[in-house]
Each structure stands twice: as structure tokens, then as C-alpha cells.
Design a binder for this molecule. Structure first.
Ligand SMILES: Cc1ncc(COP(=O)(O)O)c(C=O)c1O
Length: 411
């Protein structure tokens, strides 16, 4: 082969795994946003669920102090610094009265998203079947797919009980001769804002247990349940904790509870094999987060309940303001979420045919308000738009005023 042919060959290599992925959910409207901004628009961006406020100074002070300790700048191999793993156990014990072995049942991750994706990578293979919600936070479907698994969606909408939706999906898998290896659940749920009671969660856990599948429950919005102090955990749902530990893990995040999304700190607790597989995979892939971030996260989990409950009150007030404003603007049928930091609004009648992507692009172009098209969360989301509650009520009211004019133009 002549050397001069080499660049041609290099250019011909395909990247099937990356190429098979569509643009990530939250970049699909970037061009429309960039165009509006370039034209000088004062865009109100309620697209990404990216907390707008900084973490409280007390947490940042622990980070600063940790940065001055020489030892903290070294590699810290393992499942997370011991102080943080202990703080995670303390957090679960305090609020859910559940006990975890900090060595074998806890692994710290670079955010919940990394934990979920690498758990899928560790546990799933081509041919495996995963039952996952639709619509969903994107990694709940793309994590299994990237690992080569097949996804059987279950309906995540208000009209159907979570356990029932999962049972139906499991039955569909069985009816075609398959067996689900993993069920992914997420309550409080992104993007729908739906929460569950302990009893509903127990039903769901029971259905998964009886199916023989593993369960991964994403509890990233543990602190953002507007009806209770904490959203329920699968390990405190009414079933004996030891039984749940036989087949399940729970994933938590510090991003939303303490305004730390850029810090990338989350954790996975529960079944030893599942936690161990993730920790083992991660020992190949990373050395964990910067130790001062982990120490500050430990402080937040130990002392930050008040911070988290103040944030819950903030998001609840913002949800009420946005829903009221949307209704006054003529956006019918918008329900207040029972949890999370999102309002999940059915598309106005005039947009149902054209779909959520067209509606959001028009909102950006003509009303200078950005949201997330529901279709980015799965085909089941296409009749909806998701608004992230990352602005205070005055700005939300301004967004609603612009939406009122936009709806009037479309009517
Ligand atoms: C349900 C859910 N899980 C996980 C995450 C990501 O959390 P982290 O920032 O810890 O990766 C999000 C972020 O929006 C989410 O909505």
C-alpha cells in the first residue's frame, strides 16, 4: 500500500457507536437559540435543568479549604473518599432509616449521569433487554443502548400507575420469549415532574422483584418532592431493606439538592454485585472526583438538609408562578408538578400536528423563550414541552407574557 493512500484510509474508518447516536437532547435547539441571541434577543432560556443559583457559601468554603491541602491533589483510587461514603450512609440512615456498608454497598460517581451510564456499560451486553420509561431523562434509554442492550419502553404518564406500566412492559418482553435483565425507574421523574407515594414505589419494586430483573432507581430529585420532606427511596418503601438489596440499586445526585451541577458528584448504593461491577468498571475508567469536591459534598450531605428544603420551596414557588402564568396566557391543561424542577406542559392545540420540536423552535424564534421539546425525552414526550424552573417569578411572568402573544398569533 502506498503511503500516500493512508489519509484516505484513515478518513474511511466509521465510528458506529458515536455515529448511531442522534444529537443529544439538549443541543437540538442550540442553533435556534444562537440565532436569536446573535440577533440581540433577550432570550429567556428554560431549556436545560441547570440550577441558576450558586451553592451556599458554607459548602464552597469546605471546597476552598480542601484545595489548600497538598494530599488532596493526588489520585484517590477507589469508590470515593471514605468521609463521603460515610456521609452517604449517614444521609440514608437519617432520612430513610436504612443502613449501608460504606465499603461494599456505596460507590461515588462523577454525577448520577456517569453512574448510570457506566453501570449500564458494566452490567449490560448486546442481546440484553432493559425496561425503561418513555419519556425519560435521556441516559435512562441511551445508557442501555450505548451498552448494546435493547430497550423496551414503559409509559411514564399520569394516567397509568408506575407498577402497572412496568408490568405491561415486562409482559410484552415475555410475550416475545424474552426476559428483561434490568428495569430503570426514576421518581420524582424527569421530565414529567411526577412523584410517587411509598406505596406506589413498593408496588413497582415488588413487580420488578417478581420478574427476576435487576432494578436501578434514579432518585436524583430526592429533595424536590413538593408533598413531603423527602421523596421515597426504594430501600424505605415498605419492603424489607435486605430484600430490596438483593436486586436493586439507587442513584442519587448532589446537583439539584445543593446547586452543585457543575461539581459532578453523585452516588450509587445498594446491591453489592451491582455496586461492585460499577466500581470495578470505574477503576479502569477514572480516578474519581477531585478530593476537595468530595469533602465538600460530604459536608453538604451531613449539614445541608435545610439548604435542600429551601431549594424545594424555591422550585415549588416557581412552579406555581409558571403554571399560573401559562394558564393566564391561554396555555390550557397545564398541571402543577408534584415534584422536580420542571413543568411538563401538553402542546397547545394549534401545535399538536406539528410536534414539540417545531413548537419550541417557534417559541425561541418568535417569543424569545426557550424550553425543551418533549420529543427529546422519547417518542412518548412529543405532545409536550418541558420548562425548567431556573428563573425567578418576575422573569417567569415575562416569559408567560411573551407566550401569551405567541399563542394569540397562532390561534
Ligand atoms: C433524573 C435525572 N437523573 C440524573 C440527572 C443528572 O444528575 P447529575 O448532575 O448528578 O449527573 C438528571 C439531571 O437533570 C436527572 O434529571
Amino acid at each position: 500500500m502506498a503511503c500516500r493512500d493512508m489519509p484516505t484510509i484513515a478518513r474511511s474508518w466509521a465510528f458506529p457507536r458515536a455515529d448511531s447516536l442522534p444529537p443529544y437532547a439538549f443541543v437540538t435547539t442550540d442553533a435556534a437559540k444562537a440565532e436569536a441571541l446573535a440577533a440581540g434577543a433577550d432570550l429567556i432560556d428554560l431549556g436545560l435543568g441547570n440550577p441558576d443559583r450558586p451553592p451556599p457559601p458554607a459548602i464552597v468554603e469546605v471546597l476552598h479549604a480542601g484545595a489548600n491541602v497538598a494530599e488532596n491533589h493526588r489520585y484517590h483510587p477507589g469508590s470515593g473518599v471514605p468521609e463521603l461514603r460515610q456521609a452517604i450512609c449517614g444521609w440514608y440512615q437519617r432520612r430513610y432509616r436504612t443502613t449501608f456498608d460504606a465499603e461494599k454497598e456505596v460507590v461515588v460517581c462523577l454525577g448520577a449521569k456517569e453512574g448510570i451510564s457506566h453501570f449500564c456499560f458494566a452490567a449490560l451486553s448486546p442481546g440484553d433487554i432493559v425496561v425503561s420509561p418513555d419519556p425519560c431523562y435521556p441516559i435512562h434509554a441511551s445508557g442501555p443502548r450505548i451498552a448494546g442492550a435493547e430497550v423496551e419502553p414503559y409509559e411514564a404518564r399520569a394516567a397509568i400507575a408506575p407498577a402497572e406500566a412496568v408490568a405491561q412492559a415486562l409482559a410484552r418482553v415475555e410475550a416475545r420469549g424474552g426476559r428483561a435483565k434490568l428495569v430503570i425507574a426514576n421518581y420524582p421523574q424527569n421530565p414529567t415532574g411526577r412523584g410517587v407515594s411509598r406505596a406506589e414505589l413498593m408496588e413497582l419494586v415488588r413487580v420488578v422483584q417478581q420478574s427476576g430483573a435487576l432494578l436501578l432507581h434514579d432518585l436524583a430529585y430526592a429533595d424536590l418532592d413538593f408533598r413531603a420532606r423527602f421523596a421515597p427511596s426504594i430501600f424505605d418503601c415498605g419492603m424489607p431493606e435486605a430484600e430490596v438489596k438483593e436486586f436493586a440499586v439507587e442513584v442519587c445526585s448532589l446537583s439539584k439538592s445543593y446547586n452543585m451541577p457543575g461539581w459532578r458528584v453523585g452516588f450509587v448504593v445498594g446491591n453489592r454485585r451491582m455496586v461492585g461491577a460499577l466500581a470495578h468498571m470505574k477503576s479502569y475508567l477514572d480516578y474519581g472526583g477531585f478530593a476537595p469536591l468530595q469533602h465538600a459534598a460530604a459536608w453538604a450531605l451531613t449539614h445541608g438538609d435545610r439548604i435542600a428544603s429551601d431549594l424545594r420551596d424555591l422550585y415549588r414557588a416557581r412552579a406555581a408562578a409558571l403554571v399560573e402564568g401559562l394558564r393566564e396566557a391561554g396555555w390550557a391543561d397545564v398541571a402543577e408538578p408534584s415534584s422536580t424542577m420542571f413543568v411538563w406542559a401538553p402542546l397547545p392545540a394549534a401545535w399538536r400536528e406539528r410536534g414539540s420540536m417545531a413548537a419550541v423552535k417557534s417559541l425561541i424564534e418568535r417569543a424569545h423563550v426557550a424550553a425543551s421539546p418533549g420529543v427529546c425525552f422519547g417518542p412518548g414526550g412529543d405532545g409536550y414541552v418541558r420548562f425548567a424552573l431556573i428563573e425567578d417569578p418576575p422573569r417567569l411572568r415575562e416569559a408567560c407574557e411573551r407566550i401569551r402573544r405567541w399563542l394569540a398569533e397562532e390561534a
